[in-house]
Structures are given as structure tokens and as C-alpha cells.
Design a protein around this ligand. Structure first.
Ligand SMILES: [Zn+2]
Ligand SMILES: [Zn+2]
Ligand SMILES: [Zn+2]
Length: 154
């Protein structure tokens, strides 16, 4: 729980969180900020209490890393939780409201995470890299969640 200064200062909180990921796939870091304080962090990986993805906890991620599966093939079998959803769930776990909060992510949210972000009442999303498609950011925009690509800010 620290004070956050998002503008051009290092270390970049979502970038730090990203390195806690246990997923074989791209590691993503998320920080949820409310009233200038971090209320939750999230990184991608298998659900709490299950074997880490890097230790073979997700068969789908494992098969994808071995190129047995193609990029979007059998994504429904993945048991890893996305960073955005983990951060929102951590807020729920600790009983902290995400209403009106800002979500910082190293990568733009996917469609599934965008749905969760909207209904968690998050008001603004600031992301680093673009996602492979704009389905998530388009949905956020249509729900009047403010979306900012961090290279476009300041
Ligand atoms: Zn994984
Ligand atoms: Zn997986
Ligand atoms: Zn996602």
C-alpha cells in the first residue's frame, strides 16, 4: 500500500508486478489505484492453491509453449487467471471497492477482462502495450470507461 506517482517515474508499479507472473505465456502486471493509493495488484497465473503454470499447472499453456496448440486454439481450456481479473478479485477478497478506481496494466485488456473491468465500476484504464486486437478497449470505450495508451499521455 504505497503512494503512486504514475507519470514517468520509476519503478513502474505494473512493470514490477508483472515479474510475479507464474504463467508460461506473456507476463502481464496490473495495479488498481484509488485515491492515489494502490488497492490491489494482479499478475497472470493459475488460481491460488493450484500448481503454478510454469510447473505445468495449466495443460493448455504448456501445450501452447510446446507449439502443440496454435495461438488462439483451445483457449477455453486455459486455467490461468488474467492479471486484470486477479486484481479485481483481490479487491473483492479484501472487501475493497473498485468503484471509480483506475487500472494500470502493462498490456491493453482482452475482451473478457474488459467485461470484468466495466462491471467492477473501474473508471479509467491506462495501458502500455497494445493487445493483439482492440475488442477489449473498444468495449471499454463504449461503456464510457476512459482508456489511455500510456505512450499517448503527458
Ligand atoms: Zn498459464
Ligand atoms: Zn493456461
Ligand atoms: Zn484478459
Amino acid at each position: 500500500m504505497g503512494c503512486v506517482r504514475p507519470r514517468g517515474q520509476s519503478p513502474d508499479p505494473p512493470e514490477v508486478v508483472r515479474h510475479r507472473s507464474n504463467c508460461l505465456r506473456t507476463s502481464v502486471g496490473v495495479v488498481i489505484v484509488k485515491d492515489k493509493h494502490i488497492i490491489a495488484t494482479g499478475y497472470n497465473g493459475t488460481p491460488a492453491g493450484t500448481k503454478n503454470c510454469i510447473d505445468g499447472g495449466c495443460k493448455r499453456c504448456l501445450q501452447r509453449s510446446q507449439n502443440i496448440l496454435k495461438e488462439n486454439e483451445r483457449k477455453d481450456l486455459c486455467v490461468c487467471v488474467h492479471s486484470e481479473q486477479n486484481a479485481i478479485l483481490q479487491s473483492a477478497y479484501h472487501g475493497v471497492s473498485t468503484k471509480g478506481a483506475m487500472l494500470y496494466s502493462t498490456v491493453a485488456p482482452c475482451l473478457q477482462c474488459a467485461k470484468a473491468i466495466i462491471n467492477a465500476g473501474i473508471a479509467m484504464v491506462i495501458f502500455g502495450e497494445k493487445h493483439q486486437n482492440t475488442l477489449g478497449t473498444d468495449l471499454l470505450t463504449s461503456a464510457r470507461v476512459k482508456v489511455i495508451h500510456s505512450s499517448e499521455k503527458a
